[in-house]
Design a protein around this ligand. Structure first.
Ligand SMILES: [Zn+2]
Length: 435
């Protein structure tokens, strides 16, 4: 199976099962923009909730916040994004296709039309602009934020004062960001609208390398905790020439996608760059008072910057399996139960003899504690296959034996092993398996 086929099959499964749809599909779509369907939004919410739990609520040294997408344009002048946030772009003079100059070989012909007639490379700013309020002159121009991080930096003083934080401490948030990428692609991997999970960890200057190492390892371990194949995950240190304009050092968590090793998350030493810039441009003091030494210091920052959509894509790619079962092909998403949109599906074997009523009662009893789903449509084999493609870890089937002995069949997705469990034991059975 070639790699492009793997991605094509995943895209088609995502549409078929209601994970991810092309945006504005009935109008022919909008390039590289996607909508999350009923199963996709559950998977995505599970990812965000696990990140929030592991980075914010389970720790005593990180607080959360939620800044607005719209910000004063001065923020982006101070942060360097207006002057520095560029990618080099070239156009093909023949077919007008546009490429990132660092993504293609300019010694070779145009991948689109096969002719070699390049323009000079030019710098292209990646921020999307719009007008804020009713006037459309230059004074009303604002940018859609290209990262959530600046919402944290400009609130540094607010957060320190109100949470009485002591160094080292972090501020985290999840939210949408926008970048006018020259080239998009690989499904959810590179799109112009995406969601970030970012955390800025403020430390004493001089402590950054220690915390860069700590957070790089912690973030790599987090992806492993989602059940992603360990051999396909690694940390990679950035070369000096790939560092962003604000970063002194950076590690990427990378995953081996069908299209090659690519970045899932960046962990960067931003030094005191952002707080220094905002102090200078706003005239406001953004320091922390060390009561032990009686000094006002500008903290340095280690940032962890993860993509929600990239994490969802990684989980889906990693979980996708095709198997031969009794000479038939089975497609199964081997999702970790922690992230699976549906934890267990309840089926009546047939729609008579009181089986649907018993199954609905089981569903009602379990749905408060587990993400349960009821399905009475089609043969039991088809229903199992649909849930295999949805990544549902367990199936519970009410059959004719249930009527006499009050037990049901529990089927495990990956092994397809089945066992009989008493209805009154189901809740504790799943609690043992899942919690
Ligand atoms: Zn061309």
């Amino acid at each position: 199976m070639t790699d492009s086929k793997t991605m094509d099959k995943l895209v088609s499964l995502c549409k078929r099962r209601g994970f991810i749809f092309q945006s504005s599909d009935i109008y022919g779509g909008l390039e590289a923009t996607y909508d999350y369907g009923p199963l996709g939004v559950e998977l995505k919410n599970n990812v965000k909730q696990l990140w929030w739990r592991d980075v914010v609520t389970s720790r005593t040294d990180v607080v959360g916040m939620d800044a607005a997408i719209f910000m004063n344009s001065k923020v982006w002048e101070a942060s360097g994004h207006v002057s520095e946030f560029h990618d080099p772009m070239v156009d093909c003079k023949n077919c007008k296709a546009r490429f990132r100059a660092d993504h293609i070989d300019l010694e070779k012909n145009c991948p689109n039309c096969g002719i070699k007639e390049w323009t000079d490379a030019r710098q292209f700013n990646l921020m999307l602009k719009t007008h804020y309020g009713p006037s459309e002159d230059s004074s009303s121009v604002i940018y859609l934020r290209p990262e959530t991080a600046q919402g944290i930096f400009v609130n540094f003083a607010n957060a320190v004062t109100t949470s009485r934080a002591k160094l080292p401490f972090g501020i985290a948030q999840i939210g949408k960001s926008f970048r006018n990428e020259i080239t998009t692609g690989n499904f959810l991997f590179r799109s112009r609208e995406f969601e970030q999970m970012e955390m800025e960890f403020f430390v004493k200057p001089g402590d950054t390398s220690e915390w860069l190492e700590y957070w790089s390892n912690a973030r790599l371990d987090w992806y492993k905790s989602l059940g992603i194949t360990e051999e396909k995950l690694k940390l990679r240190s950035h070369e000096d020439n790939e560092l962003a304009h604000y970063a002194a050092a950076c590690f990427d968590v990378e995953y081996e996608f069908p299209f090659g090793w690519s970045e899932l998350e960046g962990i960067a030493d931003r030094g005191s760059y952002d707080l220094d810039q905002h102090t200078q441009h706003s005239g406001k003091k953004l320091t922390w008072f060390d009561s032990k030494t009686n000094e006002h210091i500008t903290p340095a920052v280690v940032e962890t910057s993860a993509g929600v959509d990239r994490t969802v894509l990684t989980i889906l790619v990693d979980a996708y399996h095709e198997e031969k079962v009794k000479n038939e092909q089975r497609v199964v998403l081997k999702l970790n139960p922690k992230v699976a949109p549906i934890t267990l599906a309840v089926f009546p074997l047939v729609n008579r003899d009181g089986m649907p009523e018993i199954a609905e009662k089981i569903m009602d009893d379990l749905k408060g504690d587990f993400a349960a789903f009821f399905d009475a449509g089609g043969s039991i084999g088809r229903r199992y296959r649909r849930q295999d493609e949805a990544g549902t870890p367990y199936g519970v089937t009410v059959d004719s034996d249930t009527l006499s002995d009050q037990t049901v069949t529990v089927r495990e997705r990956d092994s397809m092993a089945q066992e009989r469990v008493s209805i009154d034991q189901l809740s504790s059975y799943f609690r043992d398996k899942l919690c």
